[in-house]
Design a protein around this ligand. Sequence first.
Ligand code: ADP
Length: 465
Amino acid sequence: SGARVRRARSKRLPQYLERGIDVKFSDVAGLGNIRLELEEIVKFFTLGEVYRRRGVRIPGGILLCGPPGVGKTLLAKAVAGEAGVNFFSISASQFVEIYVGVGASRVRALYQEAKENAPSVVFIDELDAVGRERGLIKGSGGQERDATLNQLLVCLDGFEGRGDVITIAATNRPDILDPALVRPGRFDRKIYIPKPSLIGRVEILKVHARKKPMAEDVDYMAVASMTDGMVGAELANIIEVAAINMMRDGRPEITTDDLLQAAQIEERGMLDKKDRSLDMWNQLALNEAAMAIVAMNFPDLKNIEFVTIAPRAGRELGYVRVKMDHMKFTEGMLTRQSLLDHITVQVAPRAADELWYGESQLSTIWAETADNARSAARSFVLGGLSEKYYGLSNFWVADRINEIDLEALNILNMCYDRAKEILQRNRRLMDAVVDQLVQKKSLTKQEFFNLVDENGNLERMPPNI
Ligand code: ADP
């Protein structure tokens, strides 16, 4: 049971109060243990007196750190919702005004209201807008920010340990905050909220699906595995777009297909923000298509989940990725032949580049996969798997480094020729996949294998080495 909400005593209507917050922790998904930490904050409200009597220090502020759209605001609201207290919010970018004193007086007003309507949560979004380290900004804008920041520090100190007004702030840049803000008693508790994992994405999709007419057999896993790098806000949007899709077709239920289509639209939305030339998209698509098409020829690598050239989290240039069945890799059950297959896939982008653009115009996009291939080939030889050093452990061959490198090169060349052969046999399929990738940026398993059925040339398996 939450603490009771006291009626506002002042006549003035609170300006920063958000009414009717009924968010609960069950509305926030995919956060694992992070939820437990926030449940504890709810206890500061409900059990504040007990905590104080036992000498447990109640923090003045909690800092939620993480990229936009992961659910920081939602979590802060859920704390207020679960505790049954008032929720006051402001974005710190609104503090920053050119008129000296305005920011500071807003901070004062915000906390005044929160105090008069306590117990309450004060939520400050984009804290870094005002909390940037002092002295970093020169000129009068900097002075204004300093005044606002000082006021905020005063307010935070005023509520420390009381437990009836708790500040939760959000930022994507905890690293640039003024050290004074994160001193004990202020924002001394930092909680990092990462982008959701695969399972996290499944859970978030399900939370948002609760209020929608979903088909019984919806494959959330398929949608989650296509949305690597997306955050809660984007996943929520996918459900909305899928619902519109369903309505437009006059169907009663949202299907997996609706969701997959919506995911592609959401991704393209992300992509439109990325400024890439058509040449660049073509290059990336060629790399990706080459890996997928070579991989599908091999027994251990043929389970292609999706093919994408979408830029993903942490990869500015975008990248080439084929999801494969990694079970055997992780269990160390690889055969000699499947290792060679793996190397062949890794050199496929380079081979495609040569075949499609010619030696003189090679790009360097494939550098990363070529690196993988090189080190895989080396371990292949060191592990005593090459014909020349068959069965020799690296203990015995370690002092023959030059020979090892030569033999690794030999392996690489064999794999390279094999990749080229497969690609040459599948020129039509390559062109079709590249074309679709450039258009759609991602292909589902189904879409990819449809293209294979229409254009593929699999009548002959590639030769083993
Ligand atoms: P942030 O404050 O981190 O930028 P928000 O909390 O504003 O993100 O998220 C925006 C919306 O996205 C939420 O209102 C919710 O609909 C959805 N959302 C984001 N993260 C989650 C999550 N972990 N679980 C469920 N929904 C989420």
